[in-house]
Design a protein. Structure first.
Lengths: 148, 148
DNA sequence: TCTAAGTATCTTATAAAATAAGATACTTAG
DNA sequence: CTAAGTATCTTATTTTATAAGATACTTAGA
């Protein structure tokens, strides 16, 4: 096990990361089911939480929906009080979408168990390892488009 | 940057991983669009590729669909020659789903660019780092359900 | 063995969501 | 000032997912 050669190590990593991605998609799907949203809506909420605010156009790009599809999704989320549309001061054709703070908390609540597990795991991870992983993932996040 | 304290490091990691997950969902969505499938179908294909074979029931669990939904999805994928249903020798109520090998390759082709980037990145990652990351992700993959 | 409960998949009617094509309103370059 | 470009929205249609229940098989227990 500690004498794994490079090719096997590489293969092991690819397998682990694919498993991680498949698991993440499933987990987000399950959280969405509990919350009463679709995975697409969940992705939208997650992106909004990371960006703070976004235009419908940005959300179309980060969900893979058409702009028409985004409008319908936003109507749905607005009606259910998850988000709010505010005028975009930079462009009068456009709007900015923001999460309604009370829903932000409520949605986060559904990730509570996994976050607790993650916190516990990180707490017992040696700092040097965590630093290595952070460095590694900083690069991983640039692989997809050359830097989105 | 090298004097980051523990809390900040922790927070940085959580941010990176959330970004990675959101990016992965988007990327899989985009590949699905190119292939002409839905994200759900893509998730099904990915799970099948990892497991080799699976029953519709297992696929229901790993996609978040109802069993009826899985049947419809499998009809769709079977009609488009992505998968095939074979009898389950262990249980006559059940079937086993397998990817048709020619489609396996074709779908993998759409991941080619990212795989190339990933290979190049891994090649220049020090072996000790890669070992740390593998160890780390082996644990990460157990956090979700306590071990799926 | 026989039966009842449980499990695995499938069927179908209905509800929900995504797309495509195009409209409206605004912005920007020339 | 005008034309081209951009951002969002509208709506009809297609596609997908759900829910409720049917069918066929398995398994545990009398």
């Amino acid at each position: 096990m500690s004498t794994k050669n490079r090719a096997v190590l590489h293969e092991t990593f690819v397998h682990l990361i694919r498993r991680f991605i498949a698991g993440s998609i499933l987990y987000n799907q399950q959280v969405a089911d509990q919350v009463g949203l679709r995975l697409t809506d969940m992705q939208c909420m997650n992106v909004l939480e990371m960006l703070g605010r976004a235009t419908p156009g940005q959300l179309a790009k980060s969900t893979g929906l058409t702009t028409g599809g985004v409008t319908v999704m936003l109507d749905r989320l607005e009606k259910a009080a998850y988000i709010r549309r505010v005028p975009n001061p930079k462009d009068r054709r456009s709007v900015l979408i923001e999460i309604r703070p009370e829903k932000m908390k409520s949605v986060q609540g559904f990730y509570e168990e996994i976050n607790k597990n993650l916190d516990a795991f990180l707490a017992e991870t040696p700092e040097t390892d965590l630093r290595t992983v952070v460095r590694f993932f900083t690069r991983m996040n640039t692989l997809r488009t050359g830097g989105a």
